[in-house]
Design a protein around this ligand. Structure first.
Ligand SMILES: *Cc1c(COP(=O)(O)O)cnc(C)c1O
Length: 393
């Protein structure tokens, strides 16, 4: 019955709306490491919280329901979910992965997996021909992130899934930027969805968490085995925080995406802004693919100022957004990829990927968009003033 309801309603009207024992309209936090066994012969459903905890399980059920998958799992962080997922692979296997994946995933794949004999190739996943020609006989996973970071490049999930299936590979999708509110990769044929729930899903800059949802039970059970083996689980209290954040996900993303569009349009018209990357623009090269596979542009955009000096002027004068790593919060977050997410990347690699000193990323929060635009406008004017002063001198 719940399946026919809209996503917006299912965020609230789902199997964990009301606690079965006492009717609490909030999932109880079961802060316990171990569980008493009432029956000597018959072990209870829960024995030890690494293997299973009712609060974590409520989150796991809920995310599985929302992503339309068979089994969900909650991890200590997005990277815990992603690294545990990669251990589905074995020595000698090969993974094909988006060249502009999240920095932590890049580090895991390029610096850790190789030691366990798992090979990789980074490709431009937006180019399906390049994907097709890069698949090897030992390729087991095609790993997608769309929209990508920080250029918001769009990969055709269905196209990648078709190639993966034709070669007997699995498709993993990092769905952090979209969340199931805007994009449901399992419905497009992907096998595993991964999230940093730290971002939009929890949404309040107060918890680090990861989620994974498998389309079929067999894959979900294999991942659950690995999660228990590694112990990469989310704690009960943090699970509750993520469940609480989830309730307002639709409403937060709808508002933030609308504001992001307004801000992107403002920035595009401003003479100090050289380029704006936003999948909601019809001129964005991935626009039609994104419009097909997602229900909105999302709340993240990037833009390019002239150089590092212009960025410094802008950041020193802007007042509303926090200047920080991360994204997907109720507060707007302004990040500087060159000095934050991509600081550890060799400069040639960084520039090759278009992450120049003038590039900023903005995750739009819930402040009034007119206030944000006013703030950006005054900070951009300061760049002008500096340039003008230099020109006069
Ligand atoms: C933040 C992020 C991650 C890593 O998640 P953590 O919760 O920080 O471990 C993975 N993928 C994307 C796209 C992210 O933005």
């Amino acid at each position: 019955m719940t399946e026919q309801r809209t996503f917006q309603t299912r965020l609230l009207d789902n199997s964990h709306k009301v606690d079965g024992q006492n009717g609490a309209v909030s999932v109880p936090i079961q802060q316990a490491s171990t569980f008493h066994q009432h029956d000597f012969d018959q072990p209870g459903k829960y024995d030890y919280s690494r293997s299973g905890n009712p609060t974590r399980e409520a989150l796991e059920d809920t995310i599985a329901e929302l992503e339309n998958g068979a089994r969900g799992l909650a991890f200590a962080s997005g990277m815990a979910a992603i690294s545990t997922a990669f251990t589905l692979l074995s020595k000698g296997d090969h993974v094909l992965i988006s060249e502009d994946v999240y920095g932590g995933t890049f580090r895991l794949v390029s610096e850790v997996l190789g030691r366990f004999g798992i090979e990789h190739t980074f490709v431009d996943m937006t180019d399906l021909e390049q994907v097709a020609t890069s698949i090897q006989s030992n390729t087991k996973v095609l790993y997608v992130e769309t929209p990508s970071n920080p250029h918001l490049k769009i990969t055709d999930i269905r196209g990648v899934v078709q190639l993966a299936r034709a070669h007997g590979c699995l498709t993993f999708v990092d769905n952090t930027f979209m969340t199931p509110a805007l994009q449901r990769p399992l419905e497009l044929g992907a096998d595993l969805v991964l999230h940093s729930a730290t971002k939009f899903i929890a949404g309040h800059s107060d918890v680090v968490a990861g989620l994974a949802v498998a389309k079929d039970k067999e894959l979900g059970d294999r991942l659950a085995f690995l999660q228990n083996a590694f112990g990469s689980i989310l704690g009960a209290h943090d699970s509750w925080l993520v469940l609480r954040g989830l309730k307002t996900l639709h409403c937060r993303l709808t508002q933030s995406s609308q504001s992001a569009r307004q801000i992107a349009e403002f920035l595009k018209k401003h003479p100090s802004v050289e380029e704006v990357y936003f999948p909601g623009f019809t001129c964005h090269p991935g626009h039609s693919t994104h419009a097909y596979q997602a229900q909105g542009p999302g709340a993240v955009l990037s833009f390019r100022l002239k150089d590092g000096d212009a960025v410094r002027q802008f950041v020193e004068n802007v007042k509303i957004p926090v200047f920080a790593v991360s994204l997907g919060a109720v507060e707007s977050i302004l990040s500087y990829p060159a000095k934050m997410s991509h600081a550890s990347m060799p400069i040639e690699e960084r520039l090759k990927r278009g992450i120049t000193d003038g590039l900023l990323r903005l995750s739009v929060g819930l402040e009034n968009p007119d206030d944000l635009i006013g703030d950006f406008n005054q900070a951009l004017e300061k760049i002008h003033e500096v340039r003008h002063k230099l020109a006069v001198e």
